[in-house]
Design a protein. Sequence first.
Length: 270
Amino acid sequence: MASISLFEASVAFFCFIILCFFHFKKPHDGFLRNWPGVGMLPGLLMEFHQIYEFTVEILRNSNLTFQFKGPWFLGMDMLFTVDQANIHHIISSNFTNYIKGPEFKEVFDVLGDGILTADSELWKNLRKASKVMFSHQGFRRLSMSTTRRKLEEGLVPLFNRISEEGTVVDLQDVFVRFMFDTTLVTVTGSSDPRSLSIEMPEVGEFAKALNDVGEAIMYRHVKPMFLWKLQRWFGFGQEKKLSKANDTLNRMCTVYINKERGDKITRCYQ
Ligand SMILES: *[C@@H]1O[C@H](CO)[C@@H](O)[C@H](O)[C@H]1NC(C)=O
Ligand SMILES: *[C@@H]1O[C@H](CO)[C@@H](O)[C@H](O)[C@H]1NC(C)=O
Ligand SMILES: *[C@@H]1O[C@H](CO)[C@@H](O)[C@H](O)[C@H]1NC(C)=O
């Protein structure tokens, strides 16, 4: 009797494994299955290599807002939304209901005490300061002229070349470069790094560091916290990359800040 139950149990277990295998092998259908215990994490990890396409599909199938269930014991539940009304509610009209908290700050630690990780009073002060900067006439003019120049001298010639030659281009890469060049010029006042140009050069270490930071932070969202902290402690994988990128960002920012200070001092003495 006991041996039959064991046999039955094995068959059931075997069927379960086969089922899992076929479920995972099947190309995704834009939904994430919620497994008992582990939640939707297995499905998400299976699609992680094409996370952007996958998220777009999921959000499209769930009316722009999607609730992700992580393993019950890890506290990884997340809400994804691209619904304008929700975004406005969360980051503007009802912002005070959404405290980011210490865990958020830890995940985004590389951003330091900036506005993205700040809460309450500090956030209010930073917001006031950035509002002053963004609404400053000089800043607007610089932003406008930089963007226009980048369009005329970077994006349009590149698109012309691509359409003439009928080649394929990674649009995401193109727009990331566009953002990088225009942001660097408007924020630091330095000259155009020309990462977006007709030659599409290898991106510089600053742009690469920013990409690495973004990637590492994304990984932190799908890994249990103890795991990435362990990786950081031992300094391997994404966390090693992040730490290197952090050093690069700090070094480059120091250069830009010192240069700006130097220029100011020179201007004062003239
Ligand atoms: C989708 O969401 C919007 C609000 O964000 C709501 O008005 C609409 O009824 C929803 N549609 C469906 C099919 O659930
Ligand atoms: C959101 O904010 C508005 C006004 O700012 C308020 O009337 C409303 O009750 C808030 N909603 C929630 C869910 O807190
Ligand atoms: C980044 O570097 C700064 C300065 O060296 C350091 O204080 C900070 O802890 C580092 N952050 C990360 C996430 O490595």
